[in-house]
Write a new protein. Structure first.
Length: 385
């Protein structure tokens, strides 16, 4: 008898897992998603007014250092080389991000060489902080007050809705500091944008007659899933338990859309670092695909706010109280049989696309091995953090 699986959520976790299971096991898979499209927050579509490929839930740039992940996504669709260059607006001036030699020379009105800039930044860092315990300490230790307040304090407060000192240092560590003129926002080896958008990738991942997708179908954990051998849940872990211990903190993002003729800002992304500006950034999506020609342009102002009951959860805040709640939910989940929790929402972590794909690929192997050995697959792909 073929296995029957139910996957909740058609984002990267659900669709990558579905792809691996259908190709490696005798099985049939149902995927349910509560939205009216597949692809989760990575969904792309052509804007009806301008024809530009729009990242509906905000900019997504594919980056990875892992060749196997890059090869995996490229085996389904074509990616073109794309380097993400971000500008920052601070106190009425435009700078280059991540902080690089151009930024340092501009903000301090210098002509430093790489070695001079490095020595200079050393003098700015707060040496009394030996082991930075949070975002703010990490910034003050490594870049000093002036750069921190110019580019990070206001933006982070708007983005996360709290003092940067309440946030983990790991959030700042996502962004490099460079002592050369390299203004690539990312450090990864492989980077690109899909020629036909991400939705095409999701379609290919689940293109199999034994995979059935139902959209606009919300999962209710109390329903009988006995017809399935296993359920893989990729929704928010607290929602699965009907928020019985309380809600995990998330920030959500809202978008204000504008269209006009020509080119609005000359680059894909400008961050607005001052606290007084209500939005965090403006993304102009035609710059993701410089190989296309469009007379018009479409851009979005992004606003960040706390996630309400009807909002889409984006960024897990992972404050101390959230981590305590998460432990309770994980404990309850670990006691369940016939279900796995996979992905950004089900594990409550700030994950990029390549992390999600890598974890789904790894988990699919563990899952298949466990089934073949007649053992219970691990409920979570990751250890408690
Ligand atoms: N950040 C900031 N100023 C910027 C860009 C980023 O303070 O101009 C901080 C902010 O806290 C953000 C974090 O760095 O959440 C990580 O930035 P990244 O660009 O990786 O965020 P994402 O693209 O995932 O929203």
């Amino acid at each position: 008898m073929p296995y029957r699986f139910l996957i909740i959520g058609a984002g990267f976790s659900g669709t990558v897992l579905a792809n691996r299971l259908i190709n490696n096991l005798d099985c049939a898979i149902d995927i349910w998603d509560e939205r009216n499209h597949i692809g989760g927050n990575c969904y792309t579509e052509r804007d009806s007014e301008t024809g530009i490929m729009v990242h509906k839930y905000g900019p997504h740039i594919f980056n990875t250092d892992k060749k196997e992940i890059w090869d995996f996504v490229n085996s389904f669709i074509e990616f073109r080389p794309y380097v993400h260059r971000v500008k920052a607006m601070s106190k009425g001036k435009i700078y280059s991000l991540p902080v690089n030699l151009q930024t340092i020379n501009q903000i301090f009105d210098k002509t430093f060489t790489p070695a001079e800039a490095k020595d200079f930044l050393e003098t700015l860092g707060d040496k009394t902080i030996s082991e930075p315990k949070n975002f703010e300490e990490q910034a003050l230790r490594f870049i000093g007050k002036q750069l921190y307040y110019a580019f990070f304090y206001g933006y982070t407060k708007k983005q996360w809705g709290c003092e940067p000192a309440e946030l983990p240092a790991s959030i700042l560590k996502r962004i490099p500091v460079r002592f050369n003129y390299d203004d690539n926002y990312h450090n990864n080896i492989y980077t690109g944008i899909p020629v036909d958008g991400y939705t095409a990738l999701f379609e290919k991942l689940i293109d199999n007659p034994k995979i059935k997708v139902e959209l606009n179908k919300k999962f209710d954990p109390s329903i009988d899933t006995a017809a399935y051998d296993h359920v893989i849940y990729t929704g928010p872990v607290d929602a699965y338990f009907n928020f019985k211990y309380g809600r995990l903190g998330y920030r959500t993002v809202t978008f204000e859309k504008f269209t006009e003729k020509g080119d609005h800002q000359g680059v894909t992304q400008i961050n607005y670092c001052d606290e007084e500006v209500p939005y965090t950034r403006i993304a102009e999506h035609k710059h993701f695909t410089p190989w296309e020609n469009h007379d018009k342009t479409v851009y979005f102002k992004e606003y960040s706010k706390e996630t309400g009951e009807d909002d889409i959860p984006y960024y897990p805040k992972r404050l101390q109280q959230d981590k305590e709640l998460l432990l309770k939910y994980r404990k309850d989940a670990t006691g369940l049989d016939g279900i796995s929790f996979l992905g950004r929402l089900a594990t409550y972590r700030y994950m990029d696309m390549h992390h999600v794909i890598g974890e789904a690929l790894g988990y699919s192997k563990t899952f298949i091995e466990a089934l073949k050995a007649g053992k219970k697959p691990p409920v979570f792909p990751n250890a408690e953090e």
